[in-house]
Write a protein that binds this ligand. Structure first.
Ligand SMILES: [Zn+2]
Length: 318
């Protein structure tokens, strides 16, 4: 028996893997669950036209998938494989959803030919793709990100997935992927397989006094609104990004990672790395616990103390 909860759980799982919402609409009918078909309109059709059979009866077996618009016939297990493409992990999917058992008796195996989700190739994001997202969404204003800053970083919005979008460029200015952040929850999505570069390098001015180093793009955009210069690690930082940092000319550093356990670890790792590479004038901004840069009002931000890295280590007994 296939029920709506299974599809909702699958939707969440696929979203967490790909950052793309499939089965956006689900309609429960007596024999089928009608869902937005993943195989046409990039999986984003408004009126669900793809039926997933709920029970086995004289007309077929449970888990059979048929789209009345594009004509694809497959089963739920193969459909998930095709949606996830290179991200498909059979052991994980089976332990969570047991799809193979559900379709064990299925004879309808028109095996999908191509994967829907593809690992991004280098430099594949085109200008026309970026253009489709280019809009100043009110959420940005609500988070204090001005139109000017949105333009500098080419921040956009994907209305179907309700995600703020931003191109990620490498130091050669090439767009190597689109980062996304949901406006419903604060989760970031990055293209799978992408080696995270330092974010914001291309937008740096020629002459830098203090280079601020933060985790997420929203923090960096806030700093830009307040006329600070910096880069974001798109996380707590990787060796690869550290090495990139060494190439940036500046008079000093302000580490402003999130004040949580991961952020403290990241600050320590980064601070030690800079010290070991003969960098000086390293400082840490004492963001209040439970907040990040983007949570602050400008006045609050101005009142935050910045201490030297050495003092910070003492404060944290490191
Ligand atoms: Zn279809």
């Amino acid at each position: 028996m296939i029920d709506e909860k299974l599809i909702v759980d699958l939707r969440q799982y696929i979203l967490s893997k790909t950052g793309i919402l499939y089965f956006g609409r689900i309609k429960n009918t007596p024999k089928d669950l009608m869902v937005s078909c993943p195989f046409h309109k990039q999986g984003q059709e408004r009126k669900p036209s793809c039926g997933i059979k709920k029970i086995t009866d004289e007309n077929g077996v449970a888990g059979t998938v048929h789209c009345f618009s594009c004509g694809v016939t497959t089963n739920i297990d193969l459909m998930v494989q095709q949606i996830l493409g290179p991200l498909y992990n059979q052991a994980e999917v089976e332990s969570m959803f047991k799809l193979k058992l559900l379709v064990a008796q299925s004879v309808l195996n028109s095996k999908p030919k191509t994967n829907l989700f593809k690992l991004p190739d280098k430099n594949t994001v085109t200008e026309s793709t970026l253009r489709t997202y280019r809009v100043y969404h009110p959420y940005l204003q609500q988070r204090g990100i001005t139109k000017e800053v949105a333009e500098i970083y080419d921040i956009g919005y994907d209305s179907f997935n309700k995600q703020i979008t931003f191109p990620i460029r490498n130091i050669n200015k090439k767009v190597i992927g689109i980062g996304r952040r949901s406006i419903l929850h604060k989760k970031y999505y990055y293209p799978m397989g992408m080696v995270k570069p330092l974010y914001g390098v291309y937008e740096l001015p020629k002459f830098i006094r203090y280079l601020w180093i933060v985790e997420g793009p929203f923090n960096l955009w806030s700093l830009k609104v307040w006329n600070k210069t910096g880069v974001a690690l798109l996380g707590t930082g990787t060796e690869n990004q550290y090495k990139q940092l060494l190439n940036i000319d500046c008079l000093g550093y302000v580490l402003a990672l999130d004040p949580d356990e991961a952020g403290i670890k990241g600050t320590y790792k980064l601070g030690e790395f800079l010290l070991n590479n003969n960098k000086h004038n390293i400082n840490v901004s004492l963001i209040p616990f439970g907040k990040d840069v983007n949570d602050l009002q400008e006045e609050e931000f101005k009142n935050i103390s910045v201490v030297t890295y050495k003092q910070w280590k003492k404060l944290n007994q490191l």
